[in-house]
Design a protein around this ligand. Structure first.
Ligand SMILES: Nc1ncnc2c1ncn2[C@@H]1O[C@H](COP(=O)(O)OP(=O)(O)OP(=O)(O)O)[C@@H](O)[C@H]1O
Ligand SMILES: [Mg+2]
Length: 319
């Protein structure tokens, strides 16, 4: 694994919401509240945490779908091979960034235009970024359909999203993303809407493509078992903050933060004779401590295993 492809420092995304329809008072939702991480070339970093902890908001801010509130995001511009801040690059730089930073969404049906054929769907990003001649675009579409296992490609080009299965639709979104040959892809729960039987084949497809095309992923999931299968490292998120990051097996074998322990203790193990510790924690208390520690640092306990420093005693509920 090589140098960093992405460096995120103190990323913050707050939303202002009205307290009620009739009220002028605003409330701030701290969806993402100062998170930092790096992703190396060819690496998959998992972002795990319960519903509402800020995973999708992180993804949308990184992809420039929503403007971040503050923080810095540096990316390795493949055209200059230099780390560049997305706030300081010109329009050309932004175009390069957008081309190299793609996103795969959870719902393959919603993310594909139902009125377009599969060929048009995959061709659109090539048209937008004006990549290759018309003939080269056609060739690229056929080739990528083959790569994602939709063969023979001629059978799919003229079909519409409703004419193929859910798993095939997700393959089309992956094809649409990878036809751009991006360096970095954010996957937001890409398999959670699919049948279990199809899930594993899509995950294998993404792992193979990462190797073949040298792509890095930020892989968002609430499922630690999926993260274990897919990711080199895992970042655990709780209410807008990252509380622990480590290499995957290190995190699963030696979790330190109570929230990580709680997550790991809830992964089902198929062996009924296996007895293990169950952790329950006081989520309200944890939330209070985390939101009060605004300038908190992550400490490295060794082997690039980073943990939030707040005092975590007292979160455990005896079970
Ligand atoms: N556009 C918005 N306006 C106001 N609040 C928002 C907006 N988008 C997200 N939020 C809030 O930000 C928080 C984080 O939401 P987000 O969608 O990032 O969570 P998530 O971790 O992706 O959850 P899930 O696992 O359910 O997809 C939530 O409290 C959510 O209600
Ligand atoms: Mg989400």
């Amino acid at each position: 694994m090589g140098k960093n492809i992405l460096e995120v420092r103190n990323l913050v995304k707050h939303f202002e919401v009205s307290k009620s329809v009739f009220s002028r008072n605003k409330k701030i939702v701290k969806a993402v509240d100062g998170i930092s991480f790096d992703i190396k070339a060819g690496e998959t970093l998992g972002l795990v945490g319960q519903s509402g902890c800020g995973k999708t908001t992180t993804a949308r801010s990184l992809c420039l779908l929503d403007p971040k509130t503050s923080g810095t995001v540096n990316f390795n511009n493949p055209e200059t091979s230099k780390m560049e801040s997305i706030d300081e690059i010109d329009d050309d730089g932004i175009r390069v960034f957008r081309r190299n930073m793609q996103m795969i969404f959870q719902d393959p049906y919603e993310s594909l235009n139902p009125r377009w054929t599969i060929k048009d769907i995959i061709k659109e990003p090539l048209d937008i970024h004006n990549i290759g001649s018309l003939a080269e675009r056609e060739d690229a579409i056929v080739e990528i359909l083959r790569t994602v296992g939709l063969t023979p490609p001629e059978n799919y080009l003229k079909r519409y999203p409703h004419e193929i299965s859910g798993g095939q639709r997700q393959r089309v979104s992956i094809a649409r993303t990878l036809v751009m040959k991006p360096k970095f892809v954010i996957c937001d729960e890409p398999t959670s809407m699919l049948d279990v039987s199809i899930r594993i084949s899509i995950m294998d497809l993404m792992l193979n493509l990462a190797k073949e095309l040298d792509v890095s992923y930020l892989y968002i999931t609430h499922d630690l078992a999926v993260a274990r299968y897919m990711c080199n490292r895992i970042a655990v998120m709780f209410n807008g903050k990252i509380v622990e990051i480590a290499e995957t097996e290190e995190l699963l074998q030696n979790p330190i933060h109570p929230y990580t322990k709680r997550l790991i203790s809830s992964i089902p193990i198929p062996d009924p004779s296996y007895k293990r510790e169950r952790y329950e924690i006081n989520f309200d208390e944890l939330d209070k401590i985390i939101s009060n520690n605004t300038d908190e640092q992550m400490v490295d306990v060794g082997n690039e295993h980073l943990v939030a420093t707040h005092d975590t005693k007292g979160f455990f509920i005896e079970t």
